[in-house]
Write a protein that binds this ligand. Sequence first.
Ligand SMILES: *Cc1c(COP(=O)(O)O)cnc(C)c1O
Length: 373
Amino acid sequence: MNMEKNKVLIDLGALSRNLEQVRRLVGRRTRIMGVVKSDAYGHGLVPVSKSLEAQGIDRLGVAWLSEALRLRQEGIGVPITLLGGIGTPEEAAQAVRLGLTPVLYDLSAAQMLASECAEQGRKVEVQIKVDTGMGRLGVSPTNLGSFLHDLGRLEGLVVKGITSHLSCADRPEDPYTAGQIRCFEDVMGSHAPRQAPFAENSLANSAGVMGFPEAHMEVVRPGIMLYGGLPAPGFRAPVPLEPVMHFRGVVLQVRDLPAGACVSYGRTYRAAGPRKIAVLSAGYGDGLPRRMSNRGYVLINGRRAPIIGTICMNLTVCDITEAGPAMPGDEAVFLGRSGNEIITPDQLARWAETISYEILCSIGLRHHRTYVS
Ligand SMILES: *Cc1c(COP(=O)(O)O)cnc(C)c1O
């Protein structure tokens, strides 16, 4: 039995409706790689991947081999891309054995894979990562010709396509993305073999899926939008997305505060007049960003209540003077829906001056998760 005061609820129905929205945006011919790295952005690697597999996802994307191993152990059979690639002969051996698709960005990894292919008598599918402007992993476009030439001498590697990552697509007005798309197309135009063009080129993350149809290519790689988050808090989503994660605690105590009384460490809040306050069961140790002190809101019985004073390790105080009556044991919603009100990951991210990705990981990874569909 789960005795925790604070509960994370994962709504798999919302996950599948968000996936439907991705399908609507990209059409039936574009394949979808669901990105499930970092424990599916805090939502739970295995349950989320099983749910996506049941909804007919074409591929899953993880950062590391350990995540892919876990998925295969759980019987998940869809193609899996290792977005972070492989770096050791042991990793190469597992990748070949399990039929994973590593992203390649240097020749030494390619050589490890080739010798494993020879050893095991198998082939391995790979994606070539090209840096079109993200400035992170990848082969630079100018070196791609010689990289592919060297790859061509290795046995066992089947190049499925070119892949690259967008750095600024969360700002649709930024012309940088158009430059990255052009660079990607140039690279494909000059390097894809004419007799058998690469079949699975991939460029778009969630921001690319929603903001740049010309970046969709053959495979899209949405992550955050599957979980109902936005690429940046101010981003305008062209489709409705539903938060998948709900984070709830309880009211521990309700108190009347006289005018002039202070709340929490450092006395950063001082009551201007008499207030009614509620003390809640979660703090930064439970994943609530301390930056939300005196800035954020929580939902008590479907009404918004401002957070007052500094957030503590496991306690947060809110002002319920205008939120109506509350009692110890009442539910406090930090993320997700309560009645007709909702706190989205991006609202929370805005109060905390971060992005929804970080919010979801920091809350989700700390708690036992309950799944509903
Ligand atoms: C994390 C990641 C994605 C998904 O990005 P979102 O912004 O969450 O959609 C796509 N591609 C790569 C290479 C990634 O690392």
